[in-house]
Design a protein around this ligand. Structure first.
Ligand code: FES
Length: 126
């Protein structure tokens, strides 16, 4: 299995890794088949009357692709509106990483699901 340089970079130097104390939403999702687990923390802010992702952090216990996916997705949605972040899909993440091996595409799916779950959790509460 071959990873792109970008995947390896995000795996070795994950961006926005960690927790947010007093997060506005926290979601956790796992894939029972591979055992990987992702957790995403969101801090929501406002810009021009629109809700935006002011801060986002993650903790991922899993494979290199899962870590790279959560790392890059935090960069992709930070500062974006909740609506924009809800439109992010796995293909954009895979493209941004320069590709993922076929058996690792589900890692990008898990990342998107975990992000969307956190946003919906926030929307349901507010
Ligand atoms: Fe399952 Fe990476 S191998 S999320």
């Amino acid at each position: 299995m071959k990873y792109t340089q970008k995947v390896i970079d995000h795996f070795r130097n994950p961006r926005n890794q960690g927790k947010i104390n007093n997060a506005d939403a926290v979601s956790e999702k796992g894939n029972p088949a591979c055992g990987d687990v992702m957790r995403i923390y969101l801090k929501i802010g406002e810009n021009d009357d629109k809700k935006i992702i002011e801060d986002i952090k993650f903790e991922t216990f899993g494979c290199a692709a899962a870590i790279a996916v959560t790392s890059i997705l935090t960069e992709m949605v930070k500062g974006r509106t909740l609506e924009e972040a809800l439109q992010l899909n796995k293909d954009e993440i895979v493209k941004e990483l320069g590709g993922l091996p076929a058996q690792k595409i589900h890692c990008s799916m898990l990342g998107v699901d975990t992000l969307h779950e956190a946003i919906k959790q926030y929307q349901n509460k507010n």
